[in-house]
Design a protein. Structure first.
Ligand code: CUA
Length: 366
């Protein structure tokens, strides 16, 4: 009986040794990561034992009193090929295996539910699409794909759930994303895994995995509107709707159906309208100008908090799937390239740019 055990039992407490070699496995990713890790441990053991044995055997065989004369070896093609090809093979196995896990971890399946996270010194804020907000606790349903869309309000943080083997940096000024599917209900540690200031170690919380039915109930109880509806309020409040009208007559691009589309820029590039693009277009509107529009939008840097930004992004995304009210009467232009309607003064370069666009736009007004 250890001393700790004795002390605890004097106080009527039971001694529970709790030093697991691995954290619990509670996501679909955990098994894959552990398998690779076991392989690396096994590989390390094999080589450690082989080298230690080699040292011992050679030390005995060539010990001083025997003084054998060594034979000089002047290069050996077979030997050199062996010690090149075998390690190359082993490292390629590790590389391909790890890359496959990385791709699995970073590509969320279609239809994953989305949860927004904002890291700040020193807490985690989570916002659910249904409108629930929470701090340092994240509720997720069992068996569903959850995609985290994360940003930071100040410095670099890192979202780490050991039981899920999920870890991703959370950066200021952009969105990073990671996904997981929980396989066990329960409560799991949530850590910040990037030193982010004096209370970094206190930037902890928990992930609560619930049965899907319980989660539904939890997500819908006591909210005063969806995240997109918060975003809609902000959209009105900051006057976005004045220019970004849904009838394509505004001074800014129509945002209905924007999310996920290819956007043609005025320098001829196209890009996919993702969360980071939407965010950048609000904070730094001049960075990427949609083709056919002028660089007239003021920046909202320093005026919009990251939480409002998340709500605005959720609103713009919801505009595409009919989950939110459009900012004005809609004549939904379902164009592949967004936007394609030149405003008051059509850009001279526009026709050429449109030829090189991946998807040909329909004529305006249809
Ligand atoms: Cu946030 Cu460490």
């Amino acid at each position: 009986m250890s001393r700790t055990q004795k002390v605890l039992e004097q106080d009527g407490l039971r001694y529970m040794p709790n030093f697991p070699l691995f954290p619990e496995r509670a996501s679909t990713l955990a098994g894959h990561v552990d398998a690779l890790y076991f392989f690396l441990v096994a590989l390390t053991l094999v080589f450690s034992v082989a080298i230690a044995l080699g040292i011992a055997i050679l030390a005995i065989r060539y010990r001083k009193e025997r003084q054998p004369k060594p034979i000089q070896v002047e290069g050996s093609l077979a030997l050199e090929l062996t010690w090149t090809i075998i390690p190359l093979g082993i490292t390629m196995v590790i590389f391909i295996w790890a890359a496959a896990i990385y791709f699995y971890e970073t590509r969320p399946p279609k239809g994953a539910m989305e949860v927004y996270a904002v890291g700040k010194q020193w807490m985690w804020k989570f916002e659910h699409v249904e409108g629930q907000r929470e701090i340092n606790t994240l509720h997720v349903p069992l068996g569903r794909d959850v995609r985290m869309i994360m940003t930071s309000q100040d410095v670099i943080h890192s979202f780490f759930v050991p039981a899920f083997r999920t870890k991703a940096d959370v950066l200021p000024g952009r969105y990073t994303s990671v996904w997981f599917r929980a396989t066990k209900t329960g409560r799991y540690h949530l850590f910040c895994a990037e030193y982010c200031g004096t209370q970094h170690s206190g930037m902890i919380g928990e992930v609560v995995v619930m049965d899907p039915a319980d989660y539904q109930q939890w997500a819908q109880s006591g909210t005063d509107g969806s995240l997109a509806s918060f975003g809609e309020k902000a959209f009105q409040q900051y006057g976005c709707a004045m220019c970004h009208r849904a009838d394509t007559q505004g001074r800014g691009p129509n945002l209905v159906g924007l999310y996920g589309k290819q956007v043609l820029l005025d320098d001829g590039r196209t890009l996919s309208a993702d969360e980071t693009y939407i965010r950048e277009s609000i904070m730094n509107p001049g960075a990427k100008i949609a083709s056919g529009f002028k660089n007239i939008m003021p920046t909202f840097e320093g005026q919009i908090s990251e939480e409002e930004m998340v709500a605005l992004v959720a609103y713009v995304k919801a505009l595409g799937n009919g989950m939110a009210n459009p900012p004005a009467p809609v004549a939904n232009p379902d164009n592949g390239v967004y936007p394609v309607t030149p405003n008051k003064e059509p850009s001279m370069a526009a026709p050429n740019q449109q030829k090189s666009a991946p998807i040909q736009p329909k004529p305006s007004g249809k």
